[in-house]
Design a protein. Structure first.
Length: 146
């Protein structure tokens, strides 16, 4: 069986955005609807709709940990704290490895991109983008937690 990291990279290289790729890598989870997951994660590519904010690979990972470990009782302060602690721990592991959790920093962009048009996925796109590595690493972080 392929790892979550392998699956995330395959999904990214087939055209899904970073968040969709990480979320889709966990499609074997119980009660997981892949179509719904892809739709849910679709807004988070390009650092949230190409705003170049938090990396889509991380937001996808945060969606997965919400499904796996999230809380549903707003009064459960302990569960909420524990969940946010996990989010912060995983974000710090990503930041330690790549120096930032922001899409614009990871892609070495001077500023936010306001054009909402996604780039066409070509061989040249995949060759110059480090995103496949980011989705692979983000998806593999959860393997370390299990």
């Amino acid at each position: 069986m392929e790892s979550h990291g392998d699956r995330a990279e395959i999904l990214f290289n087939s055209g899904f955005n970073c968040a969709q790729s990480v979320v889709g890598a966990f499609d074997h989870e119980p009660d997981f609807d892949l179509e719904t997951a892809f739709r849910l994660a679709s807004s988070f590519g390009g650092g949230m709709g190409r705003l170049r904010e938090v990396c889509g690979a991380l937001t996808g990972l945060f969606m997965v940990i919400g499904l796996k470990y999230g809380y549903s009782d707003p009064g459960d302060h302990e569960a909420k704290t524990k969940h946010y602690q996990l989010v912060q721990e995983l974000a710090m592991k990503f930041k330690e490895r790549y120096g930032s959790i922001l899409c614009r920093d990871l892609l070495q962009l001077d500023e936010q991109v306001s054009d909402p048009t996604p780039e066409v996925r070509t061989d040249a796109y995949y060759q110059r983008r480090p995103c496949a590595e980011y989705v692979r690493f983000a998806a593999s972080l959860l393997d370390l937690e299990d």
